[in-house]
Design a protein around this ligand. Sequence first.
Ligand code: FES
Length: 166
Amino acid sequence: MSANETSPPNHVVCRRTAIRTGSLFACGLLLAIAQACESEELGPRPPAMNENRESVRIDVTAYPELSAIGGSVVMLVQGLNGDSPVVLIRVSEVRMRLFSAICTHGGNVVDPPEPGASTIRCPRHGEEYDIVTGSPRRGLGSRPLDEFDAVLSDDGRALDVSTTPR
Ligand code: FES
């Protein structure tokens, strides 16, 4: 530093550092809270798709049921879930969850959940699967519904789905 440049007093540097550190801490805390809330309400965030993962693409715009949060549809997607039905649910503006629609109790196809419902119901004997974990709640199903990682495109029009269940 040259003689005519002045360095800020130490307490100014400390204050700036404290403000930056505090801001970073606050951002990190908010991010952690947001992630925790999302984990509890929406389940874990799926990992990003890459070229090493087999995936299929679904044109979300073809299903008006999925335009609103809580909307859902049971559909067949070639190459996914052994070509058996899956249930797709919009859980937020930017996230969807996709489960096998085959009940693990007796193999019936489950119903798409009503908007705001916390379970996916099988009409045959009434098993209900948790919409976040896929776990059977009434004890009839032998295991959770298989879930497939699903990642929405940035424009929200396409959904890339891993062909291998979690
Ligand atoms: S077949 Fe689904 S509850 Fe029995």
